[in-house]
Design a protein around this ligand. Structure first.
Ligand SMILES: [Zn+2]
Length: 281
C-alpha cells in the first residue's frame, strides 16, 4: 500500500494493521484516492470495521494523503528553477548561457584582466562579450546573414556599426571617453581599442586600488554607451547626452563602494579628483 508504487513497501510496513484489513492487497493508496482540483476523496475498502489503533492509523494516513494532496496541488505548475522568480524568460536564459560561457572561458584562459571584484558580474560578462565580439552590432549581425535595413551606426548614421566604432570612434562615444579621461585627470584620450581599453592596464602610474576602480569606470562607461545605443535603436531616444558622465559617476560609485574592503570613496572628492577620493577606512 503506498501513495505511489515507489513507496508501496514503506507504507505497507508503516501501516501494517491497516494493510491486514485492506480487501485488495495489490491496490495502491493512489487507487483509493480520487484526485480533483479541490483536493481528494478517499474511498477505503476494509475487510471489517476499523477499531482501536487501526482508527489512529487511518487518521494518520488520511492526514498524510491530504497534506500530500495540498502540496501536490500547490506545486503543480512549471517553475523555471534557474531564476529566482520561477519565471522563464529568454533574457534570463541568455544571461545564464553568457555567464556559463564566461566562467568556462575564464577558467580556461585564467584571464584575470577581465575579473574585477569591484564590478557586478553582469558588467564583467558584458565586457567579456564586448571583447569577444559577441554584442549584436549591425556589422556582426550582417556577418551572420541577418537581414538589416542598414549596417550604419544608429547613433551617427555615417559609418558601419562595428564594436570599435560604436564604443570608441563614434563621435558621441569619443566625446564621452574624453570627458571620462579628463575627469580622471588623464588629459587626452589615446589609443582606444577594445583589447587595451578594458583590461585595467594604464600607463598613468595608478596604485593597484586606483587601477581597479579605474577599470570599473571604463567598464561602466562602455556599459552606458551600449545602453544608450540600445535606447536609440529600440526607443529612438537620444544616445549619449550631457548627463551621461554624471550617470557613470553615480553608477560606478554605487558599484565600487558596495564592494570595497578596507577602503571607501569620498563622494564629493570622487566628482572632482577620483584618484584622491579612494581612502583607507
Ligand atoms: Zn557612429
Amino acid at each position: 500500500m503506498g501513495l505511489a508504487k515507489a513507496s508501496e513497501g514503506q507504507n505497507k510496513q508503516q501501516y501494517s494493521r491497516l494493510f491486514k484489513l485492506e480487501s485488495n492487497k495489490n491496490v495502491s493508496v493512489n487507487m483509493r484516492v480520487l484526485w480533483s482540483n479541490n483536493g481528494c476523496d478517499i474511498k477505503w475498502d476494509w475487510l471489517r470495521r476499523l477499531r482501536g489503533r487501526t482508527i489512529d492509523e487511518e487518521t494518520e494516513l488520511k492526514n498524510m494523503i491530504l497534506n500530500y494532496s495540498k502540496s501536490a496541488i500547490q506545486t503543480d505548475t512549471w517553475r523555471w528553477i534557474l531564476a529566482g522568480s520561477g519565471q522563464f524568460t529568454t533574457k534570463e536564459l541568455t544571461k545564464l548561457i553568457d555567464e556559463d560561457l564566461f566562467f568556462r572561458e575564464n577558467s580556461l584562459i585564467h584571464d584575470e584582466t577581465l575579473r574585477n571584484h569591484l564590478a557586478p558580474l553582469k558588467v564583467e560578462v558584458f565586457i567579456w562579450r564586448l571583447i569577444r565580439g559577441r554584442l549584436p552590432v549591425r556589422l556582426e549581425l550582417n556577418k551572420r546573414a541577418i537581414d538589416l535595413h542598414s549596417v550604419l551606426c544608429p547613433l551617427c548614421d555615417d559609418y558601419p556599426e562595428s564594436i570599435d566604432h560604436v564604443f570608441f570612434f563614434c563621435k558621441s562615444s569619443y566625446d564621452l571617453w574624453d570627458r571620462v579621461y579628463k575627469w580622471w585627470g588623464f588629459g587626452v584620450c589615446l589609443n582606444l581599442n577594445t583589447n587595451d581599453a578594458f583590461r585595467g592596464k594604464s600607463s598613468s602610474g595608478l596604485s593597484i586600488a586606483e587601477e581597479q576602480v579605474w577599470q570599473v569606470v571604463e567598464w561602466t562607461t562602455a556599459y552606458f554607451i551600449w545602453n544608450n545605443r540600445n535606447r536609440k535603436v529600440f526607443s529612438n531616444q537620444d544616445g549619449v547626452c550631457a548627463n551621461t558622465l554624471m550617470e557613470i559617476q553615480l553608477k560606478a560609485y554605487e558599484w565600487v563602494t558596495g564592494r570595497l574592503r578596507n577602503k571607501k570613496i569620498d563622494w564629493l572628492c570622487w566628482l572632482t579628483d577620483p584618484k584622491a577620493s579612494i581612502i583607507d577606512t
